[in-house]
Ligand binder design. Structure first.
Ligand SMILES: [Zn+2]
Ligand SMILES: [Zn+2]
Length: 337
């Protein structure tokens, strides 16, 4: 129904195909909304208070840090086990069948990575501060990757209630699982079939063209590029890619981490300023843990601002409708300061 309506107006929509997943998305600009109109209409004035915050109240954090680091207990960012884990490591990994269905127990690890300040989101961090967070992502990743059964580690960040953050205090999460998530599986398969037919990495091919074309580039430094993907899944989707081919996030060098912090910080800050601190999710897609040849893959970070709610069409058809052209979104974010 949504589509019919959109097609009648004078802003024709278009279908774009994602090179990797081969999924189609719909860019339907509808009433030709101005980029400014995506900013939240009403600011949520009340900042969820720190008084009842479980992370601020986590008073033994200070003790834990003091014991571990043998310092005074002051900390900027810390990883702790999730109190309500989606997966937990208490048991062995077991698998059974029920009729045609396979069932595994919920084996894995679920950690929360918290920054100390209740009020300050990552979007307002300095480059050094973003780097400290990335450092911890990498350290926890490298630790969990060694654990038995672990096949994939997902690192993600939810900001704002509508993006699924149940606690307002800035935090990221890390889930180490014995299976590869289906979304990543789709990307891995897409990247592999492109590699087999074209003999090169699909992401490298895409980046080469994007850097030449320039329309969707928001920011770049020597090693990273921030852009709105050609087939954006949602309005103002932003991705951060290493320019050099690299399947594994965890193999980033100190030098690369510093420039990744610059690129990620800029991306988040431009979304914060341009769209007035919208709720958003970001996650890292990296080649799976524990061996396997994933040289066709190219790790990256996806940021999905929440400027609309999924409706029946998106959920039912699995084709997403993005209401602004990625070129316009990039131009707008490029200028946001
Ligand atoms: Zn707090
Ligand atoms: Zn590549």
């Amino acid at each position: 129904m949504m589509i019919k309506k959109k097609l009648k107006n004078k802003f024709p929509s278009e279908l774009r195909m994602d090179l990797v997943s081969n999924d189609w998305v719909i860019i339907a600009t509808g009433r030709g909304r101005r980029p400014e109109s995506f900013a939240r209409e009403k600011r949520e004035k009340e900042k969820a208070s720190s008084k009842d915050c479980p992370f601020c109240k986590e008073d033994n954090i200070k003790e834990k840090v003091a014991r571990r680091d043998k310092k005074d207990g002051s900390w900027f960012v810390i990883a702790i086990p999730n109190k309500y884990p989606a997966l937990s490591s208490g048991r062995q990994l077991t698998e059974r069948k029920e009729g045609p269905n396979r069932i595994m127990n919920g084996f894995g690890y679920h950690e929360v990575i918290i920054t100390a300040d209740h009020q300050r989101p990552l979007a307002l961090f300095s480059q050094k501060e973003v780097e400290m967070v990335i450092d911890l992502y990498q350290a926890r990743y490298l630790d969990l990757i060694k654990k038995r059964y672990i096949k994939y580690i997902s690192i993600f960040h939810n900001h704002g209630k509508s993006a699924g953050a149940s606690v307002a205090h800035p935090h990221s999460q890390l889930i180490a699982a014995p299976v590869i998530d289906p979304d990543l599986r789709g990307s891995l398969d897409g990247a592999e079939s492109f590699y087999q037919s074209q003999g090169k990495c699909v992401y490298c091919a895409m980046l080469e063209w994007e850097l030449k074309d320039g329309q969707r580039i928001i920011y770049q430094n020597d090693k990273f590029v921030v852009l709105c993907p050609f087939a954006s899944q949602v309005a103002f989707e932003v991705r951060v890619y290493p320019k050099k081919h690299q399947p594994y996030f965890e193999k980033m060098t100190e030098d690369e981490k510093w420039l990744f912090a610059d690129a990620l910080g800029k991306a988040l800050n431009k979304i914060y300023k341009g769209l007035d601190n919208p709720a958003h999710n970001f996650y890292i897609h990296t080649a799976p843990a524990g061996g396997g040849d994933y040289n066709h893959y190219h790790w990256h970070l996806n940021i999905l601002p929440k400027t609309a709610t999924w409706a029946g069409f998106e959920l039912g058809a699995g084709i997403e409708i993005s209401t602004i052209e990625p070129e316009k979104a990039a131009e707008f974010l490029r200028k946001a300061k």
